[in-house]
Design a protein around this ligand. Structure first.
Ligand code: NAP
Length: 283
């Protein structure tokens, strides 16, 4: 029989993981907070079975914690007494250092992880197939992490078609501050600035004119506010660092335009035009 995987928190990430793991032959047991979510999970074949009780996961060999960040550590603490000593526990939280630092001290088979996939929707109804295909999936092992846990998770990540990366929790949090958390807040700042237009008629026109450019640049700032606050709370230092560098770059743009230094502006835009390819597309 294939590996039995447990998933706690059957929302966008947990539900999508369940769909893909089942299609790859894994047996999936789900646990979520609401009974209705568990019923939907079984009905939609997201999991083989689902329950609101963590004790349901007694036979699971690998367990993914897919709850909101603040619930990850308490969920693992409540789950541990039900598991076999060999069971491997991982999470999918978007921030790693505080989670890994807290949990590795009392959960020896824990290995932090973060699938870099998702969108602005939430809950079991947002679960979709192939969400992780070709997406980066970062594991953040520490000195004491067992090679068995790493190997098991690598196999699962390969099965869902994700691209595996490994780094320290601190490196992860600094890197995602740049490419995920700063974009979210910069995009929120953009939307807030536009909404601040004082002339009502101009604001209305701007809203009517907004097209693909605004859709792209505002997308991540228009998502779930709770997730944004949770991320800022748990990666505060790195986010403040990247936001203040961003403010310096904004000041550089303002200065170039104020001084009508078009060459300076062109240099900045040439640098960003070629630099963008190193993050997307031309990797
Ligand atoms: P989500 O769609 O809101 O799903 C989370 C689910 O967890 C909820 O639907 C809820 O299900 C359940 N839940 C909440 N508290 C729980 C608890 N104490 N015990 C058990 N289940 C609980 O959120 P998500 O976007 O999947 O995010 C989940 C995790 O993935 C977060 O840690 C986030 O940082 C991480 N992540 C998110 C993204 C993204 O783009 N969204 C990407 C990568 C990683 P009920 O219906 O049962 O209440």
């Amino acid at each position: 029989m294939g590996t039995t995987v447990g998933i706690v928190g059957l929302g966008l990430i947990g539900g999508s993981l369940g769909l893909d793991l089942r299609s790859q032959g894994y047996r999936v047991i789900g646990v979520s907070r609401k009974l209705q979510t568990c019923q939907t999970a079984v009905l939609r074949k997201v999991t083989d079975e689902a329950s609101i009780h963590l004790s349901q996961l007694a036979t699971a060999e690998v367990i993914f914690i897919c709850t909101p960040i603040r619930a990850i550590a308490p969920t693992i603490a409540a789950l541990l007494p039900h598991l076999s000593p060999e069971a491997i526990v991982t999470d999918v939280g978007s921030v790693k250092t505080p989670i890994v630092e807290e949990i590795t001290s009392w959960c020896p088979n824990f290995l932090g992880g973060h699938p870099m996939a998702g969108n602005e929707s939430q809950g079991i109804d947002a679960a979709q197939r192939n969400l992780f295909v070709n997406a980066p999936y970062v594991l953040t092992p520490v000195e004491d992490t067992s090679t068995r846990a790493i190997a098991q998770l690598e196999a699962i990540i390969g099965a869902i078609g994700a691209r595996l990366y490994s780094c320290s929790p601190q490196q992860h949090d600094r890197a995602v501050a740049w490419i995920s958390h700063l974009p979210l807040l910069a995009s929120a700042g953009l939307i807030a600035s536009c909404l601040g237009e004082e002339e009502g008629e101009v604001l209305q026109l701007a809203q009517q004119f907004a097209s693909s450019g605004f859709r792209d640049t505002s997308r991540v700032g228009g998502g779930n506010p709770e997730l944004g606050v949770e991320i800022a709370r748990s990666n505060r230092g790195e986010i403040l660092r990247s936001l203040s560098r961003y403010r310096q770059n904004l000041d550089g743009l303002i200065a170039a335009i104020e001084q009508e230094d078009w060459q300076k502006l062109a240099n900045i835009l040439q640098h960003t035009e070629s630099g963008r390819k190193k993050f997307v597309d031309g990797r």
